[in-house]
Design a protein around this ligand. Sequence first.
Ligand code: KG4
Ligand code: ZN
Length: 370
Amino acid sequence: MVYPWEAPMNILGIETSCDETAASVVRDGRVLLSNVVASQVEMHARYGGVVPEVASRQHVLTMTPVVDQALEEAGLGLEELDGIAVTMGPGLAGALLVGVNMAKALGFARGLPFLGVNHLEGHIYATWLSHESPEESPGLPLLCLVASGGHTDLILMEEHGRYRLLGRTRDDAAGEAFDKAARVLGLGYPGGPAIQRAATGVKPKEPLPRAWMRDTLDFSFSGVKTALLRRAQDYGIYPRAGEGRGAGKGLEREKGDGDGEPIKRAGGRERWVRETAAAFQESLVEVMVVKALTAAEQTGARGIILGGGVAANSLLREKIVADSPLPVLIPPTSLCTDNAAMIAACAHFRFLKGERHGWDMDVYPSLQLG
Ligand code: KG4
Ligand code: ZN
């Protein structure tokens, strides 16, 4: 294969870093020909979070049908692909291995160029699928806030493939904090969308603390999480029956407690949960927006990119657009949460530079960016 391609370049992307089995075909790093995501969320909801071994096993079952569907929806056969890209990290080792082995098998059998992609870089490149040439308008450097279940990173994108890590969380990731808070409030899993739903249309009564971590672009979300937990304990809604020591004393178990279903009971308690969810969401969003804007100003960024599952949050999306003096580029929510199109889009630009991996490429569960 000769680089760079002159003809259109069709890349098959594969993503299995956590609990979504995903495959997608992207043309020229920008045109979405197909985007298939098989979510395991219902399987993990009953445990209140992702169970790694369950995730790996489910990826094995779903991987082949998902790839078949992605090719079918793109209207392409394997022989019409120009390259295969797969998430190599960060993520769950066993889950990553399923995608990487599938990609290697297809690439080897078809003699296709093969590339491992950093999942966090993929989240940034989701923007290339929704906005035309961000590197030209608004132009580089771009400040990227990548907020997901495992990361809350502020990254400066200086060039395609060149990044500087400016700040990161010192404890919980934003998505992880949302998930834990939703569990405490009995709102089910995944927590981000559940908190957003509960908070919609209510005003936070009493603010929860913000950890500003002055003089650094790092984040910390464990303090607000603990403050929420204390409030829930004081109010008497946590722990519920079956959760934690001495759980459920004096509380009847109701549908929705710990089984992934939202609490439906009306009245004072529901209002309290919703107002507390709103306070929690507001606390996280405000810190993320202020830090991202500060980082953009300090680095002379030309614009801001939001990426990762937490970038699906509507308050975050609205507030950063409202507060930012710079253009803010945010992919549609379906491209913020995990998908394989972002992996294929990212790979396009790396393939163009002549990059590729050998068949001995490994998975990197703790991979960082920048
Ligand atoms: O990027 P992602 O799909 O997977 C990882 O790479 O981790 O992010 C998943 C995280 C979960 O913690 C989920 O609760 C959060 O993104 N999330 C949200 C929303 N949708 C998903 N957080 C806040 N608001 C949302 N609407
Ligand atoms: Zn992700």
